[in-house]
Design a protein around this ligand. Structure first.
Ligand code: NAI
Length: 469
């Protein structure tokens, strides 16, 4: 009998699950109240990467003299920047719409609420965009409703000029100064973009370090790079209140050495995201959740059999690619394919230079008392990186007692692409000795990964030996 699957949410979790389920012969209804593509496509990953590219070009122009290219002057045209960014978003959203049609997925535009969840039949009530209500029935439901910006209860947070990532991507003018509350991924990425655009950027982070989840050595090496770019970072600093003073915002901060005030034309709230669990009727249908999100088993099934929660709403990884991977995994399981999925999720941060990481950090291994070995290779000794004018940063690899790579951490050019060699090697549990016999082309950035791996056994060629026999 044909399986009927209802998917709530059309972001990278929901729409990918829909396509995979349809490929396998399911009849799929996808409910989405806004544009298909979710946060990632409409106001997250994609528009920010479009802006990141603008920032990259600006950086290249600023560095052009080093390459013997003299550029007299250049200006940023915000309208054009926005037009280009919106064009990319539009192209991708239309692409997803077409994919829905091509896969015979029924897209219902409106707000879905869990209505009844019996073992043999499950119902979702949709309030359609035109106000009409409709009930759809299915054998399974996949909840993929995503997340929203968390606004902390800081006094003055509602002042004009205090904005979130949803607002800042549609900026109409480049602010002269920007105070960013939160030194996580969102804060750092917008900090990097606007710093390149010429904005004075100040970041306030409550924890002892920015990018708290990243390997400590990477952050330690990043810090002086940020200082060189005049990005001001205050760690161990809590924002207490925000005041509007004429056309400026004053941000009062409790720092390590007492209170101080920062001034900004705009203040960006980047203090995390929260799962979209409100208004789904979760209690009434007995789906368990907590403030981190909908609780699921390892197979993403919720406390109600046949109902799954994937992506940001389950709070496991707030990353688009994790959501998509879970979507495929769940769609296949529902359709009878044994897909165990993977929890080896790469993390990429688009700043200058990029950061990418996978697997264990040194801090985690120390805390868990696991024996490990590390090595690194600096991009400064890599010919391709120097040719690109991007010789800053490093690749660090971590291996276990079994000589398998268990962590890869990259700070440097194209880190977000280079990390995928780590993805393949770690998923296939390739040993260090075996990587040695895998020829890497010259001159490439990938040689830095190869050399970092060789360095685990003190065999890197373009590195000064750490000790002589
Ligand atoms: P986050 O949780 O990564 O960082 C928020 C930071 O704000 C934390 O370090 C926290 O200590 C700090 N903070 C909270 N309250 C504060 C206060 N009152 N004063 C000072 N600091 C305070 O959250 P973020 O950056 O908002 O990102 C949300 C999610 O989106 C994350 O899971 C992130 O991984 C994901 N994301 C991923 C991207 C990528 O993969 N490139 C890009 C953007 C977001």
């Amino acid at each position: 009998m044909e399986k009927k699957i209802i998917i709530m949410g059309g972001g990278p979790g929901g729409y990918v699950a829909a396509i995979r389920a349809a490929q396998l012969g399911a009849k799929v209804t996808l409910i989405e109240k806004e544009a298909l593509g979710g946060t990632c496509l409409n106001k997250g990953c994609i528009p920010t990467k479009a802006l990141y590219r603008n920032a990259e070009l600006v950086n290249n122009l600023k560095a052009s003299e080093d390459f013997g290219i003299l550029v007299d002057n250049f200006t940023l045209e915000v309208n054009k920047i926005q037009e280009r960014k919106n064009g990319i978003v539009h192209q991708l959203v239309s692409g997803v719409e077409q994919l829905m049609k091509a896969n015979n997925i029924e897209v219902r535009k409106g707000h879905g609420v869990l209505y009844s969840c019996e073992e043999n039949i499950k119902k979702v009530k949709i309030t359609l965009d035109d106000g009409r209500e409709e009930i759809v029935e299915g054998d399974n439901i996949i909840i993929a409703t995503g997340s929203h910006t968390f606004i902390p209860p800081i006094q003055g947070v509602n002042n004009e000029g205090v904005i979130t990532s949803d607002d800042i991507i549609n900026f109409k003018e480049i602010p002269k100064s920007l105070v960013i509350i939160g030194g996580g991924v969102i804060g750092m990425e917008f900090g990097a973009i606007f710093n390149s655009f010429g904005t004075k950027v100040t970041i306030v982070e409550a924890l002892p370090s920015i990018l708290n989840m990243v390997d400590g050595e990477i952050v330690k090496r990043l810090n002086p790079m940020l200082r060189k770019k005049d990005i001001e970072v205050h760690t161990g600093a809590m924002v207490k209140s925000i005041e509007k003073h004429e056309d400026k915002l004053l941000v009062n901060v409790e720092g390590k050495k007492g209170e101080f005030t920062l001034e900004g034309e705009k203040v960006l709230i980047a203090t995390g995201r929260k799962p979209n669990i409100q208004g789904l009727n979760l209690e009434e249908v007995n789906i368990e959740y907590d403030k981190k999100g909908i609780k699921t088993e390892d197979n993403y099934e919720t406390s109600v059999k046949g109902i799954y929660a994937i992506g940001d709403v389950n709070g496991k990884w707030m990353l688009a690619h994790a959501a998509s991977h879970q979507g495929v995994e769940v769609a296949e399981r529902i359709m009878g394919i044994d897909n165990q999925g993977s929890t080896l999720i790469p993390n990429c941060i688009f700043i200058f230079p990029e950061i990418a990481s996978l697997g264990a950090t040194e801090e985690q291994l120390k805390a868990e008392g696991i024996n490990y070995k590390t090595s690194k290779f600096l991009f400064g000794a890599n010919g391709k990186a120097l040719a690109l004018g991007e010789g800053e940063g490093l690749i660090k690899v971590i291996s276990d007692e079994d000589n398998k790579i268990i962590g890869v951490h990259i700070l440097g050019p194209h880190a977000s692409d280079l990390i995928h060699e780590g993805v393949v090697i770690m998923n296939k549990e390739v040993k260090v000795e075996d990587i040695k016999h895998m020829v890497h082309a010259h001159p490439t950035l990938s040689e830095a990964f190869y050399e970092a791996v060789l360095a685990l056994n003190n065999e890197a060629i373009h590195a000064v030996p750490s000790r002589r026999k």
